[in-house]
Design a binder for this molecule. Structure first.
Ligand code: NAD
Length: 337
């Protein structure tokens, strides 16, 4: 595509993430927000009216009705495959929210459809665009902390998340996939074995786990531990409580996410985001904007996305192995990639 021409984009799924993606496209010089689609047409219309875009009741109508170059797929975790495959078949470049899909079979179908259509496939693994996680990766690569020994990551959400998804996704697919992808990327080597254990006390009515603790063995002998949970009280002052520690033979790095640099105490849950998606002077900034800009640049200039379908699939493979380990109580070995 010509670098002079903005990428015409349709956003599919007008929920929490769709809203953020739509604003990023609308404010980008590289993008033109053409349309919003949602199975809930009222929701699509509300967002479309806000941006002066067209609204559709489903992805099929958007693909037929709009001459878009690309789509951003922000449907829930279990509704990525059909939308992405249809979009690729219609010749649209695809940015799909994480996880690429909830099964490896669905991941493969999406990758194949995009390969066959010759379109860009990028996955919204947002930690790759978080400057703190990027800075840690750069130090690891510099060799300054020596040989990697262990990594530890924690990611907790409040009960709002599992409740709104009504048991249709899991804490592994929704949360763990973030840290698994980041660890695979930062380590630059595969996970060879996964062991995981889960607790299920608060979410028995939904039939999903409250928390999962994963132990990952890397090919080099380094060990990773990821702790994910989504049962913090809804009133918690942070919707996201995340932490990262990486330790090598010569040093260590730490990220403490709840420390956003701003503390807000009030009569209701009050959270300030200074990293992922915030507005300054009406302009959206943060990791989500960087992610969307990267995708638009890849489409315009023909570059390889920082996170493509195959890399995103590798994270889903680890998550799936963890789910199997929870079910069987045994460590699961992963096939060599
Ligand atoms: N990168 C991140 O940090 C981050 C954070 C939260 C969620 N997510 C991911 O973003 C995706 C969307 O999450 P969300 O929180 O925005 O969900 P949401 O429930 O707020 O929004 C999803 C929207 O998709 C619509 N929808 C469902 N099926 C559809 C279909 N087949 N076609 C068109 N519309 C459909 C729903 O009506 C809803 O409006 C998920 O995959 C989730 O894991 C990413």
């Amino acid at each position: 595509m010509s670098v002079e021409k903005p990428v015409r984009v349709g956003v599919i799924g007008a929920g929490m993430m769709g809203s953020g993606h739509a604003s990023c496209v609308a404010q980008s010089a590289r993008g033109e927000l053409m349309a919003i689609a949602d199975v809930d047409l009222g929701r699509a219309k509300e967002m479309a009216d806000h941006h002066g875009a067209a609204a559709y009741a489903g992805h099929g109508e958007l693909l037929v009705g709009e001459d878009a170059d690309a789509v951003i797929v922000c449907t829930p975790d279990w509704a990525h495959r059909e939308v992405c495959v249809d979009a690729a078949a219609a010749g649209k470049h695809v940015l799909v929210e994480k996880p690429l899909a909830m099964t490896l079979e669905d991941c493969d179908a999406i990758i194949k459809a995009c390969d066959e259509a010759g379109v860009v496939l990028m996955v919204g693994q947002i930690l790759r665009f978080d400057p703190r996680y990027g800075a840690v990766k750069a130090v690891l690569e510099s060799g300054e902390i020596g040989d990697m020994s262990y990594l530890y990551a924690r990611r907790s959400n409040t009960l709002l998340q599992p409740r709104r998804f009504e048991g249709r996704t899991t804490v592994l697919h929704y949360l763990a996939v973030h840290d698994v992808d980041w660890m695979l990327w930062a380590m630059g080597e595969p996970v060879t074995e996964v062991y995981a254990a889960a607790s299920r006390k608060a979410l028995t009515d939904l039939g999903v786990d409250d928390s999962v603790f994963l132990t990952l063995k890397f090919a080099s002998g380094a060990v990773g531990c990821i702790q994910v949970a989504w049962i913090l009280p809804e009133q918690a002052s942070h919707n996201l409580d995340a932490y990262l520690e990486v330790t090598g033979t010569k040093g260590a790095l730490f990220i403490d996410t709840p420390n956003a640099g701003v503390r807000f105490e009030s009569q209701r849950p009050s959270r300030i985001d200074t990293t992922y998606g915030f507005a300054v002077g009406g302009q959206t900034g943060g990791a989500l904007r960087e992610e969307v800009e990267h995708f638009l640049r890849c489409v315009q200039e023909g570059g390889e996305p920082l996170i493509d379908g195959r890399q995103a699939r590798a994270a889903v493979a680890v998550v799936e192995a963890a789910a199997e380990s929870v079910r069987t109580g045994q460590p699961v070995r992963l096939p060599a990639p």
